[in-house]
Design a protein around this ligand. Structure first.
Ligand SMILES: Cc1cc2nc3c(=O)[nH]c(=O)nc-3n(C[C@H](O)[C@H](O)[C@H](O)COP(=O)(O)OP(=O)(O)OC[C@H]3O[C@@H](n4cnc5c(N)ncnc54)[C@H](O)[C@@H]3O)c2cc1C
Length: 276
């Protein structure tokens, strides 16, 4: 195993430019899981980000919250302001693994690992987060909602680090995040939904329902248009337009679709007059 150990983000970007096959390692909670089985991984070069203190803190600006490229779930859980302004971040963070994983796992790692079942990604997407990608020659900014181009494919070049995640600050009239797993904690998501409503409109984001975490435009427009919904089944046509769940060892596609409709219906009834 070869390890590069940069002291600064500039050094890290220079090292990545020289060795674009190097794999950035943050908390290692995704990368190390398959370590005993994937012997080829042992020969790879890793870029250990642990000394990049400049990527650790959370920053608050007048109009945005900025998570660093090494901000962990626990950093957000313990930030009271984040809990108040962006409660879904804390809610999702508390449901990622257990405390050990929350203390090591990072939001950037969750984004780049690109699991369709990622729990950090849907809440960031529902808050219109932007991914800041830094390379030796400058930075790019990509809205998280258009970051993924396919299963485990994304708009990040191998020589770029996620240096920050920018989350706009705005008042929200409605916010919800639900994770359905096989048990209350330490479970991989079978169905996840994050919903927000602000002056920017409705955002409905699904995880474990498609090859990537994704926004649901048909459901968002149903909410924008105040369309009458009298049962969970009324949501199913829009769900079918937005996502394509698969049958796998965790659930059937039918189960996922049914649960998503119920979670949304009972979550929104009482807030939306059009949900009766
Ligand atoms: C027991 C256990 C339980 C878990 N439970 C959950 C759960 O409930 N929900 C959930 O969503 N996830 C869960 N995970 C997965 C994992 O903890 C999260 O995805 C976590 O956010 C990954 O962050 P990390 O910093 O550990 O990433 P790493 O493992 O260090 O890296 C993951 C990927 O991101 C890349 N990367 C990391 N940081 C950067 C960066 N700054 N720039 C560019 N690329 C980067 C790496 O190269 C790698 O491809 C669990 C994992 C374990 C082991």
């Amino acid at each position: 195993m070869n390890v590069l150990l940069p002291d600064t983000v500039a050094d890290a970007c220079a090292m990545l430019a020289e060795a674009p096959n190097a794999v950035p390692m943050a908390g290692g909670t995704d990368l190390m899981v398959h370590w005993p089985m994937r012997l080829d991984d042992h020969e790879r070069t890793y870029l250990d980000l642990s000394k990049l203190d400049e990527l650790k803190p959370i920053h608050w600006n007048a109009d945005e919250l900025v998570l660093g490229g090494l901000t962990t779930y626990w950093d957000v859980i313990r930030d009271q302001r984040a809990g108040k302004e962006f409660p879904l971040l804390g809610r999702a963070a508390r449901q990622v693994g257990a405390i050990q994983i929350q203390a090591r796992g990072t939001w950037a790692g969750n984004i780049v690992n690109a699991s369709p079942a990622a729990d950090g990604v849907p809440v960031l997407m529902a808050y219109d987060a932007t991914v800041v990608l830094q390379g030796r020659d400058g930075t790019d900014e990509v809205p998280l909602s258009s970051f993924y181009t396919g299963y485990k494919e994304m708009r990040r070049r191998p020589d770029q680090l996620v240096s920050a995640i920018r989350v706009p600050r705005r008042p929200y009239a409605f916010q919800m995040f639900e994770k359905v797993g096989s048990r209350a904690a330490q479970a991989i998501t079978k169905v996840g939904v994050a919903v927000t409503h602000s002056a920017a409109g409705w955002r409905v984001v699904a995880n474990s329902m498609a090859p990537t975490v994704c926004r649901c435009p048909a459901l968002e427009s149903l909410l924008e248009l105040d369309m009458l919904v009298t049962s969970p089944e009324d949501l199913v046509p829009s769900i079918r337009k937005d996502v394509a769940p698969i049958d796998d060892i965790r659930s059937t596609a039918r189960y996922r679709e049914t649960v998503m409709a119920r979670v949304l219906y009972y979550g929104l009834r009482g807030t939306c007059a059009s949900f009766q």
